[in-house]
Design a protein around this ligand. Structure first.
Ligand SMILES: [Zn+2]
Length: 525
C-alpha cells in the first residue's frame, strides 16, 4: 500500500465526523428521574420510562437541554427555538423501548463552525497551501504565518439517548461469538447524549484529529462532560471518501465506527484513505459500509453494510410535545458561557505576551491550559516575564510526558504549577542550564520534591559567577597555547574543545552560556 503523503498527491480525501458526547455532569437521565451513576449494581437505576413500559410518559431533562445549548453557542451554531423529538427504530436488546429518542431534521443547534489552526508537521498532510501568501484563502483554508487555518462547518448538534449495556458470557473477551448467554444492564439506557455532525470539510487525518482535540477542549471548558475517550464518554465516527484531485464529484464513503483515541482517529483515517486509493487505482469499487479500525493489526475490517435513513423509520415521538426554547432561556445560557479556548489564546497573546503559536497550542489542551493558567497565577507579578518559559515547559516537557503515558492526569502528578514556576525561575536566573532543567523536571515527577531541593541534592547548581569562570577560562587558554594559535589562524571549530576543557575543570557545573561568551571575548580579542 502507498504511503499517505503519496496518495494525497493524486487524491483528495473528503472527511466528516460524527461525535458522540455523553453529558456526564448531569444527575439524571434524559427523559426520567433515574440517577446517572457509572459502575452501579446492574439494573438498579431503571423505571417504567427508560424501560419503555406501556403508558409511561417521558419528560425532557431541562439541564441536558441547557448543556446542548451551551455546546451550540460555543461552536457558533444557530439555536433553533422550535424543535421536536423523534423516534428512531432500534431493535437491539440493550434498549427495552425498541426505539431511541433523538431529533429530526431540526435539532437544537444548527449550522455552526470551528476554525482549526494547523501548523508544524501536521500541516504537511495538506498540500498546496505553501504556495499561498499569508492571509490568502482558498476554499475553507487561509494561509497563516506558520501554517494554515481551516474552517470546518458543523451541520448540527442534536440530543439523543444512550442504550444500555450487554455483557456476553462464555465467549472470548466478552464477545458475542461463542457466548452461551448474554446479560443486559439498563442503567445506561436513557443517558443524555449529544451528537455533533460536521460538514465534509476536513481534508486530512490530522485535521480530523485537531477538530476532535479542539472540540474536547471546548466541552471540557463548558463542563458538560468528562470527555473520556478511553471510557467512551466521547467517541467519534469518521466518514471518508476519495476523489481525484480536481474532481468535484464525491466518491463513495466508508464509515469508521467508535474511535476511542485521537491517535486511532488519525491512524484509522490514514489507513482507510490509503486502502481506498489502492482499491480505486486497481479498478475496484468502494462499498458504502461501516468499518472497524483495529489498532493492533493496523487495518480496518468490515462490520456491516451501511443502513439508509429509511431503515430507521424515523417519526415524531407522539409522547413528547414540540419543544420550544424562549429567548430568555437562550440568553440565560449564553450568560453562563465560560472563556473558550480561542478567547484564552487571544488573552495569552494580549496580556501575557505569548506568540500566537504558543498561545494557540496552550489553549488546545485542557492539561496545558490548567497548568499554564495556574502557574501564571502562582507567578504573580512575574507572570508576564515568566510566561514564555512556562509556555515552553507546558508545550515541550509536559506535553511529551502526557503523550507518552496514555490518559495521564497531569494535575495529579507531583509537578505542581508552583514547582513549575520554581523551575523556570532557576532557569531564568541561570542557576541551571536548560539541559539540567529537563533532568530536574523528571526528578520532580519521580521524587516529589521541590526543584531547588533536587538541584541542591544533586549538586547541579551551575556556576554563573563571572570571576570564577574567567579564572578557569584563562587557565585553559594558558594551558593550550598551540590550540589558541590554531584557533586564531582560523580553526574556529576548536571552540568546542575549549568549552569542553572549561566544563571539565568545573565538574560540568559552569554556565555554558557564560563560558562561551568569555572564551569568545578572549580568543577574538
Ligand atoms: Zn428511568
Amino acid at each position: 500500500m502507498k504511503k499517505l503523503e503519496e496518495v494525497l498527491r493524486d487524491w483528495e480525501a473528503v472527511i466528516g465526523l460524527e461525535v458522540h458526547c455523553e453529558l456526564t455532569k448531569l444527575h439524571t437521565k434524559m427523559f426520567c428521574g433515574c440517577k446517572l451513576e457509572f459502575g452501579a449494581e446492574p439494573n438498579t437505576h431503571t423505571c417504567p420510562v427508560c424501560l419503555g413500559m406501556p403508558g409511561a410518559l417521558p419528560v425532557p431533562n431541562r439541564a441536558a437541554i441547557e448543556n446542548i445549548v451551551l455546546a451550540g453557542l460555543a461552536t457558533n451554531c444557530r439555536i433553533e427555538k422550535h424543535t421536536m423529538f423523534y423516534r428512531k427504530g432500534y431493535m437491539y436488546p440493550d434498549m427495552a423501548k425498541n426505539f431511541q429518542t433523538t431529533q429530526g431534521p431540526k435539532a437544537f443547534c444548527m449550522g455552526g463552525w470551528l476554525d482549526l489552526a494547523v501548523d508544524g508537521r501536521g500541516a504537511e498532510e495538506r498540500l498546496f497551501w505553501k504556495d499561498l501568501a499569508a492571509g490568502d484563502a482558498v476554499e475553507n483554508l487561509t494561509r497563516t504565518a506558520d501554517g494554515y487555518s481551516a474552517r470546518v462547518g458543523i451541520t448540527r448538534i442534536h440530543m439523543e439517548e444512550d442504550a444500555g449495556k450487554m455483557v456476553h458470557i462464555g465467549g472470548g473477551e466478552g464477545r458475542i461469538a461463542g457466548a452461551t448467554h448474554s446479560l443486559v444492564d439498563y442503567n445506561r439506557a436513557g443517558t443524555p447524549l449529544i451528537e455533533l455532525v460536521t460538514e465534509p470539510d476536513l481534508r486530512t487525518p490530522e485535521e480530523a484529529r485537531l477538530f476532535m482535540q479542539k472540540l474536547r477542549s471546548i466541552f471540557l471548558t463548558l463542563g458538560i462532560s468528562d470527555c473520556s475517550m478511553e471510557e467512551g464518554s466521547l467517541r467519534a465516527d469518521g466518514n471518508v471518501s476519495l476523489r481525484r484531485r480536481g474532481s468535484e464529484t464525491l466518491g463513495v464513503k466508508t464509515e469508521l465506527k467508535n474511535i476511542n483515541s485521537f491517535k486511532n482517529l488519525h491512524d484509522g483515517l490514514a489507513y482507510e484513505i490509503c486502502r481506498q486509493a489502492e482499491v480505486l487505482e486497481e479498478g475496484g469499487q468502494i462499498y458504502q459500509e461501516t468499518r472497524h479500525w483495529d489498532p493492533s493489526k493496523k487495518c480496518t475490517i468490515v462490520m456491516r453494510v451501511k443502513e439508509t435513513a429509511d431503515d430507521y423509520r424515523m417519526f415524531p415521538d407522539p409522547d413528547l410535545a414540540p419543544y420550544d426554547l424562549s429567548d430568555e432561556f437562550i440568553e440565560s445560557v449564553r450568560a453562563k458561557l465560560p472563556e473558550l479556548p480561542d478567547q484564552k489564546a487571544a488573552r495569552y497573546e494580549r496580556d501575557l505576551g505569548l506568540s500566537s503559536y504558543d498561545a494557540r497550542h496552550i489553549a488546545d489542551n485542557r492539561f496545558t491550559i490548567d497548568f499554564f493558567e495556574a502557574a501564571c497565577e502562582a507567578a504573580g507579578d512575574r507572570a508576564r516575564e515568566l510566561a514564555k518559559p512556562l509556555a515552553n515547559l507546558a508545550l515541550n516537557d509536559i506535553t511529551a510526558y502526557v503523550n507518552a503515558g496514555d490518559g495521564i492526569d497531569f494535575a495529579a502528578t507531583a509537578f505542581t504549577p508552583t514547582r513549575g514556576v520554581q523551575l523556570v525561575v532557576l532557569l531564568a536566573e541561570d542557576a541551571i542550564s536548560s539541559k539540567q532543567a529537563k533532568e530536574v523536571f523528571a526528578a520532580v515527577l519521580e521524587e516529589d520534591k521541590d526543584p531547588a531541593a533536587i538541584v541542591e541534592e544533586r549538586g547541579m547548581r551551575q556556576v554563573s559567577d563571572t570571576g570564577a569562570i574567567e579564572a578557569v577560562v584563562d587557565q585553559v587558554l594558558a594551558d593550550n597555547p598551540d590550540k589558541v594559535q590554531q584557533y586564531r589562524d582560523g580553526k574556529t571549530g576548536l571552540m568546542g574543545f575549549f568549552v569542553g576543557q572549561c566544563m571539565k575543570v568545573m565538574g560540568g557545573q559552569g554556565n555554558p552560556k557564560l563560558i562561551n561568551q568569555l572564551l569568545g571575548q578572549k580568543l577574538d580579542s
